[in-house]
Design a binder for this molecule. Structure first.
Ligand code: ZN
Length: 241
């Protein structure tokens, strides 16, 4: 296996804990990143609650979403989400899958998610909803094989976030830091949209336009990553790595 630096492995383990600390994942959910020197592979923790992940838990997966090492510990059932998005979208280098609760209502109603503030600018291009029953009928709702992973990646299209009906969402980015930022602010923006909707009595919301979203996403990917530095430092203080 190609070598991956200890710092990158530690950042990926920390990302799982950051998402847990921000309420994006709980006992479930996962984050992965594309292998930095073998782009047809990705790195992800073994099946484990995100708040418990350590660098020792990170496993290398191949393009079929199966562990490269035959002795690897058990992986997440829904690892196919990650493998098929990396295959479909060369620009994406990190993926978060969560069941964060404020987002779920937008997958089971006709109300589309909007970018409610500048930190959530990446939502302004639209947020597709993947309905697993469209192609697979009644299922356990899980993306538990490559075929379902391909269908989800197709629904994501060229967007950065997609909802999964009555299940959760995915947030992606060109870096691990950006994907974590987007997963956190998808949940925060959803919460703000619920509050705004209540205040507006169901009337229209003056959210970011697609053009404003495209402009505001640029500083988010640079200066906005100050948030990552803060969150990463919190995990380092807690774990020592
Ligand atoms: Zn799930």
């Amino acid at each position: 296996m190609q070598h991956v630096s200890d710092n990158i492995i530690a950042d990926l383990a920390a990302a799982a804990r950051i998402l847990a600390a921000r309420g994006v994942v709980d006992g479930f959910g996962h984050v992965s990143m594309r292998h930095p020197s073998a782009p047809d592979r990705f790195l992800m923790s073994r099946a484990l609650a995100p708040a418990l992940v350590t660098p020792e838990d990170i496993v290398v997966y191949g393009s079929d979403s199966e562990a490269v090492e035959t002795t690897a510990p058990k992986g997440f059932l829904e690892r196919y989400i990650h493998g098929e998005i990396y295959r479909a979208r060369p620009d994406i280098c990190a993926v978060v899958h969560s069941h964060s609760p404020s987002v779920i209502p937008f997958g089971v109603t006709d109300t589309p998610m909007q970018a409610m503030f500048h930190n959530a600018a990446f939502l302004a291009q639209g947020v597709p909803v993947f309905d697993i029953s469209d192609r697979f009928g009644a299922t356990d709702m899980l993306i538990c094989d490559c075929t379902k992973g391909v269908a989800l990646a197709e629904a994501l299209g060229d967007k950065d976030v997609a909802l999964m009906r009555a299940h959760g969402s995915i947030a992606c980015g060109p870096t691990l830091q950006t994907a974590v930022f987007r997963a956190v602010y998808t949940e925060v923006s959803a919460r703000i949209q619920h509050w705004s909707h209540a205040l507006a009595g169901g009337g229209p919301l003056a959210a970011l336009s697609p053009e404003e979203g495209a402009l505001a996403d640029q500083p988010n990917q640079t200066a906005g990553l100050r948030a990552w530095d803060l969150w990463r430092q919190e995990i380092r203080a807690e774990t020592g790595w």
